[in-house]
Design a protein around this ligand. Structure first.
Ligand code: PA5
Length: 443
């Protein structure tokens, strides 16, 4: 089970804060559980691990099985909340080198998460003549990046299999009622999965958005949802035994004391995309009204040799949250070397995990002494169940954190600014005048 250790951060706070924050946390928890707070139309994820649609869940499992049987590759088209969670879980549980491994499940390519021509061409080339399927994911159904990518892969599928057969290989995950993708899916007869109305993109990893790609990679969905449900019941407790309360309260107080950047750190490189998912979750939920901790991430120990200097001695506006995993199942043991030319025989017979753990402890002491409060999240296993716990923990703590900050944790008004400019510059109908004006400014 996930547990939290805030003892290496507490000394940075001049006054006891828990009692003072309690009424605000109680109110925030009430808003998450019963509505009434800002953005309360989007709290469907709070009870999702218990109340998810069993019928759709069975269809997800069946679709995953079909894709595993008829495809060598699955192309997952989506951006932001419509891909980061799935990629994070797959990389963390199956490996960042998942596609390179010998396995019985299909390769999974994530595309439509940017506008790079090279990235698009590369995926098309990598698939080559292999049998493949497409999962196009967009809650709004109108996001430019995935919509453009989908055109290319739909065309490739239709050329390879013909229109009717191609339609059987396209799975659309989108809104239940509206949007261009919904209309297209209805018209072409694609199998459809729903992003529930009351769940926003960055809180949607445990809906079909994340579950279909994750199931195709062979991860046990029952375990993932079971873990999330365990954490849901822990988080429903309105006191400081709840790890989400501890995390939300601590990071809020540290922010008030001038810690403006939160680094999410992990000593497992496979965690990298979970950190990307976390950055979106917290950045989009809190970063508004000129407030919010800036979420950043580091891969240790690699980044100790690049960012480590700044963390130790740069501007003191950092706090760190470190995710620690249980020891790996397969232990690598440092071999003994007669000659000992590298002087490393003092490590001979030690496991890599032991060495990594000493690096963790050494880094913890150094960073705390250097003025960087550390929160530690311990996972006693590295599997689908603990991943479900971690996902729900971060989501719930994020909802609490947004409410403590006084913002709406479920909207993202700031994302629209670049989109409008891009549409205007691209000449989208309706944006002509704005386009003229922007072009003048760029001259
Ligand atoms: O959290 C959010 O709502 C956003 O980051 C979306 O996930 C992202 O913009 C993609 O949107 P859509 O799924 O509508 O294509």
């Amino acid at each position: 089970m996930l547990s939290i250790d805030i003892s290496h951060a507490a000394s940075f706070l001049p006054l006891p804060y828990e009692a003072a924050l309690r009424p605000r946390l109680e109110r925030a928890a009430g808003w998450l559980q019963n509505g009434g707070g800002k953005g309360s139309d989007f709290i469907g994820w709070v009870t999702l691990p218990r109340d998810y649609d069993r019928g759709e869940y069975a269809r997800i499992l069946a679709a995953a099985k079909k894709i595993q049987g008829d495809s060598k590759a699955l192309v997952v088209i989506g951006i932001g909340g419509s891909y980061l969670g799935a990629r994070g879980v797959i990389e963390c549980l199956c490996s960042p080198n998942y596609n390179l491994k010998k396995k019985s499940t299909p390769n999974i390519y994530f595309i439509g998460n940017g506008l790079s021509s090279d990235a698009l061409r590369e995926v098309i080339e990598l698939i080559g003549d292999d049998d493949f399927s497409v999962n196009v994911i967009s809650k709004s159904g109108t996001t430019t990046e995935p919509a453009v990518a989908f055109r290319f892969f739909r065309e490739k599928l239709e050329k390879k299999y013909g229109k009717a057969e191609a339609a059987k290989r396209i799975y659309a995950t989108t809104d239940a009622h509206k949007g261009a993708l919904k209309s297209l899916a209805d018209q072409e007869g694609y199998e459809e999965f729903v992003v529930p109305d009351n769940i926003g993109g960055r809180y949607s990893v445990l809906t079909a958005v994340g579950l279909l790609p994750i199931a195709v990679a062979g991860v046990d969905l029952d375990e993932l949802m079971g873990g999330a449900q365990e954490m849901m019941s822990l988080c429903s407790k309105n006191d400081y035994n709840n790890p989400a309360w501890q995390y939300a309260a601590m990071r809020h107080e540290l922010y008030r004391q001038g810690k403006k950047v939160e680094l999410l750190a992990c000593f497992e490189p496979a965690f990298r995309f979970m950190a990307e998912w976390w950055k979106q979750l917290y950045g989009e939920s809190e970063g508004k009204e000129e407030k919010g901790l800036f979420p950043a991430s580091v891969d240790f120990t690699a980044d100790l040799h690049s960012m480590g200097q700044y963390i130790q001695q740069g501007e003191r506006m950092l706090m760190e949250t470190v995710v620690r995993f249980a020891p790996a199942e397969h232990q690598m043991i440092v071999p003994f070397d007669e000659v000992n030319g590298d002087g490393l025989n003092f490590l001979a017979g030690k496991t890599m995990d032991f060495i990594n753990r000493q690096a963790m402890d050494g880094t913890l002491l150094a960073h705390v002494e250097g003025g960087v409060p550390n929160i530690i999240l311990n996972l006693d296993e590295n599997n689908a169940r603990t991943m479900g716990q971690l996902i729900y923990f971060f989501e719930y703590a994020c909802g609490l954190s947004g409410y403590l900050l006084g913002v709406n944790p479920f909207d993202q008004p700031g994302v629209e600014a670049y989109k409008k400019n891009m549409f205007a510059l691209l000449g989208k109908p309706g944006y002509e005048e704005m386009g003229e004006e922007l072009r003048k400014r760029l001259r």
